[in-house]
Design a protein around this ligand. Structure first.
Ligand code: FMN
Length: 177
């Protein structure tokens, strides 16, 4: 069975990404087409890449977690019109573990996290990750209420359409690894 990692990209105290990631996982598990697991960057405590004296003890576990996945759903918070520093650092940490896999993006922000999602697409290209077209974009104005995640029904359809694209691409790319 395919394994899809749902990656939480924000690590700050008070973050909303766990609510979004658990919602995606719940919807995905109803499909029965892959095994879906939330991968939380906070659990790996990666120092900045190459930083002298940094505690890189989480790096091996990070490598193992990503190597074990056939595809990914990135839960993307928009910070200053881009992805979080934590996600960029975690992407930079690995290379082969990302290569020839597929990904979907679920983002959120004032304009659905669209600017961060588009930046992420460029980075994924360099890592040989094939990102699918359908992109659930959640609005902090209409899909959240006072920090609590309350997605509109239409977003459920969008997540399923994204996964409808992700699963065949993840399956196909497995054949060339
Ligand atoms: C450092 C920082 C920068 C932000 N920049 C943007 C931004 O450029 N565009 C936007 O729509 N929201 C921005 N926001 C608001 C976030 O979309 C919102 O706080 C969201 O909940 C962040 O995700 P998180 O709770 O998972 O950390 C920013 C938030 C932070 C903390």
């Amino acid at each position: 069975m395919l394994k899809i990692g749902i990656i939480l990209s924000s690590t700050r105290e008070g973050r909303v990404s766990p609510q979004v990631g658990e919602w995606v996982r719940g919807l995905a598990e109803l499909r029965g087409d892959a095994s879906y697991e939330v991968i939380d960057l906070l659990d790996y405590k990666l120092p900045m890449l190459g930083e002298p004296g940094g505690d890189a003890s989480g790096a091996q576990a990070w490598s193992t977690a990503i190597a074990g996945c056939d595809g990914f759903v990135f839960i993307v918070a928009e910070y200053n019109h881009s992805i979080t520093g934590a996600l960029k650092n975690a992407l930079d940490y690995l290379r082969d573990e990302w290569n020839n896999k597929a990904a979907g993006i679920v983002s959120y922000g004032s304009v659905g996290g669209a600017r961060a999602a588009e930046h992420l697409r460029g980075i994924l290209g360099e890592l040989l990750v094939a990102d699918v077209r359908v992109h659930p974009a959640l609005s902090i104005f209409t899909d959240f209420e006072n920090g609590e995640f309350k997605p509109k029904d239409v977003q459920v359809t969008s997540v399923n359409q994204m996964l409808d694209e992700l699963i065949p691409w993840a399956t196909a790319l497995k054949t060339i690894r």
